[in-house]
Ligand binder design. Sequence first.
Ligand code: PLP
Length: 367
Amino acid sequence: MSTTSVKNVANQFVCDLVAYEPGKPIEETARELGLDPATIVKLASNENPLGPSPMAQEAMRNEIDQVHIYPDGGGYKLRSALADRHGLEIENVVLGNGSNEIIELLCHCFLNPEAELIAAEHAFVVYKLMATLFGAKYVEVADPDFIHDVDGMADAITENTRLVFIANPNNPTGTLVGQDALDRFMDRLPEHVVAVFDEAYYEFLEDAPDTLKYVKEGRNVCVLRTFSKAYGLAGLRIGYGMASPAVASLLQKARQPFNANAMAQAAALAAMNDGDHVQQTLDTNNTGLAYYEKAFAARGLEYVPSVANFILVKVGDGDVLFQKMLEQGVIVRAMRGYKLPEWVRISVGTQAENERCIEVLDEVLAS
Ligand SMILES: *Cc1c(COP(=O)(O)O)cnc(C)c1O
């Protein structure tokens, strides 16, 4: 019998991977600390504090008695609606099991051990995980003041570069790159590189830059959006990419046949048309962001002004603060994984949740 450990025969790229650490779940926190789940406030994963749209809930209920049938693998209704909404053709739209899946599909299509992926120093961590998984070289470009330096990112492009990720606004920093800088970047983008604009928080923006124009011009770009954040459907796993037909058709080949499930497709289609729910979400978020900024300023805490539904604040030892707040039933996100050990990221909740968060923060900082 062989004594070889499976580790010795596993794909080295997988062995090298540091697993993604999600926001701590409410149920797990309740179990570990003996707390009542109903009293726990989770502000750790940028979820919608108002819950899913009532119209999406209704659409899901209508779908229940048909789930013995495979979903429309072509996602016709949802892709058509998304194409109409954005002035695109259905061929431009690719559905994903969350927009995270589209990130992985892009890597399937364009990465290998010779390829390079460029991202910003404090970019969304999934890009680095995916580069590692595919054995590609991860090239990190400094982002002074937590803002992507897209000129520096263009400078970093080599003949081996295949993907450049621009998270706009970025998570966890909440900062945005403006139109002029994006145009300048696109002017310098060579034909052998695909620019990916990760716009998971797009709906929260008041003055959003236009990246779909690059898709319409047929450039090598992919714009990522999701139903997980403003639309409140994170648990369903549904997101999409909008890309030139050349890029989109590659992504379609790389995906699983039924990657977007039937409940998710139905709910997303309904949520898209629930303008009231989105508006309430934005109002709640604007109130909450203003509340946090004022609260941090009053306490002399440094923070990064955010245009998204979360905010980064400097607290001393982020891991300790996270743990102490957790014990009081408030879940925030420590940022050591982003090389920001002195910071935590707080998602904007309902006003009651935000006030509870600051109350607990005060208690912990005073102790
Ligand atoms: C939350 C998030 C996503 C995607 O989430 P999905 O739930 O997979 O759609 C993508 N990019 C960034 C920057 C995010 O913060």
